[in-house]
Design a protein around this ligand. Sequence first.
Ligand code: C2E
Ligand code: CA
Ligand code: CA
Length: 737
Amino acid sequence: MNLKRKVLVVEDNRINRMILSGILASEYQVLEAENGQEALNVLKECGEEISLILLDILMPVMDGYTFLSHVKADPAYSSIPVIVITQSDGESDEVTALSHGAADFVAKPYKPQVILHRVASIINLRETSAMIHMIQYDRLTGLYSKEFFYQQAREILIQHPDKEYDIICSDIVNFKLINDIFGIQAGDQLLCGVADLYLRTVGEEGICGHFNADQFACLFERRFDYSEEMFGSWNDQINTLPYAKNIVMKWGVYSITDRTVPIEQMCDRALLAARSLKAQYGKYYAVYDDELRSRLLREQAITDSMEPALEQGQFVIYLQPKYRIKDNQLAGAEALVRWIHPEWGFQSPAQFIPLFERNGFITKLDQYVWRQSCAIMRQWDDKGYPLASVSVNVSRADIYNADLSGTLMKIVQEYGLSPSRLHLEITESAYTEDPGQIVETVGHLRDLGFVIEMDDFGSGYSSLNMLNDMPVDVLKLDMKFIQSETAKPASQGILRFIMELARWMKLSVVAEGVETLEQLERLRDIGCDYVQGYYFAKPMPCDEFEPLVKEQYAAGKKQKPQKTASAGHGECVLEDGLGRDYLTGFLNRRGLDTAAKALDKKDSPLAVYLFDFDHLQQINETYGHLKSDRLLADFSEVLLSHTRGNDVLVRIGGDEFLVIMKHMRSEDSALKRGEEICRAVREIGTPDNLTVSCSAGLALWNGEDAVSEMIDRTNEALNHAKTDNRGGCCLWGRTKG
Ligand code: C2E
Ligand code: CA
Ligand code: CA
């Protein structure tokens, strides 16, 4: 093997050639050519293997200068150094040679030692500079290498202290995919295209670097108004390159204000800004600023502590009740996770779920939540007060888990529950993202018996057509949708339309985010099936939820048919569950209608009372619905203990109760009974020693007037009580005039 470097001697004179070859042969492998044309042929064959060319000027066919211009014009050979042989030490010859791109010259007659030295030093120079070039420039793209970029950037900043500079870094989200699908070569080609875009965009005034794989950086004088359109159009340009299939490039901008920050860190920050967009669809760039900085720090802290937090049980399940709207029965709960961090305190999901969805931890956390939810149902089942169902959230990342159905089945079986007890809430937008995958996975879950709820319905853009093919049991209306739609006049029938659609598709509908009575009534009017929202209760810890389930269970057992108008009607009402108030077990308005029809003259004289709390609204606002619910339950106990078995007890709405007592002896004893009840209410103990009171209106019925007329009278009397006898009872007729 010949390791000698190759030197090409171009000289028409045979003797001269021999002399030169003789001088060089000890150190180099010598190739010879008789004229420029022949020399070009040798170059074509050996190309860059040649370390140096020794060139005579005066030659037939193609002279030395012509040859030299060919060599310098061809990028493949232009870097090969050429030493020109001049006829004498004449200065003009030397200048001409150098100006044609020669690296050096030697004069005739040949001085062997001079020639050997010059050749050696020129070859050496070239090789060193080539090595430097290799370190300075990225082999693939020709952009600056990382180290050299840093060095040049530092240099620029020092030399232009008065100018303002930005660093932009970028990173291709799905680059690995390109390599995987099209091969490394295609990936390389794409990177070269990106490098081109960088060079074109940054121009002469800036510098561009290729760091590693798909990361690029540039530094230039601040001149852009950054906008999504601008970066979006760059992204579009990249997508016109060969092999660019749905490439998503994210850009991060670091505006240099503090020049004491090391360049490396500036670039890191720009890259962090770019990466912070990883899962944000349609966002192409982010500027690194204090806000991003603290967000990234925070995210880092969350990422560092999430695993131990899960092990240490810092993630806690809260339950938010769902009620069946037609009878206000507690129908289930949604499990919502909370993070009780020993230092940061109570963390709501918005603070960590989006991050977990990006870093993949959501899969682990969700499985924990599913397990806990099943554990709770098991516990309550064992105590004898079962909760119909618990809905859990299934994140889109879970759907891509290869064995989602296996995981879920294992969990419900472990706790001896049927899959139908676990409702799976899957957000609408997941359905639109990859319909194929969703239909398959979710369809399978549904076949296994899980109840599928489409969460946040109305927030995305699922077409009705698509809905038809989706494996779904329940539509869960997005709360923003509820809140905006219920604010519009009833005639704007989107909600009603959805309800009809749902009915037609045999889906039930849950409305979430119900915050006001008006919203509830609207939803009731249009026939919504279930409701969930702050109007009823906020999500609460499981031990606070337990009494609700217990109460529900007790109310179910306590329903006493004899407390209604007549046993026959009462039972009918009970049987179908209609006409009952879930909280008190009393009749509701609908139940009253039925009971009123059943009233008979032989029950008279009847005392009809209307009770209303004096400050419930205030109690509601200060202490929440749970406390006021408790209060209403206590009040119902008072009423029960002051009435007889065949009296009629009705919760008309909110805090209004109608009581019909049969066979009342006299006006006086009716009034007395009313006052007794009001007094008992004032004695209801509340944990906070609140004073609660109610007022009552009373009217007596002789069996002649219409019941509705009676209720109007009690209302009138109640108004009197409120103004003249607050906390007491007024009789219609006595207060008149
Ligand atoms: P989501 O599934 O749509 O849950 C409903 C959110 O609305 C809950 O917020 C709930 O507290 C809140 N909410 C309920 N009623 C009302 C109301 O009347 N008014 C208002 N303004 N808000 C109401 P939360 O608990 O903060 O959860 C936020 C989101 O975090 C959830 O939205 C869900 O997407 C996600 N999330 C919560 N827990 C989990 C979990 O265990 N796994 C997964 N994957 N996501 C979860
Ligand atoms: Ca949900
Ligand atoms: Ca939702």
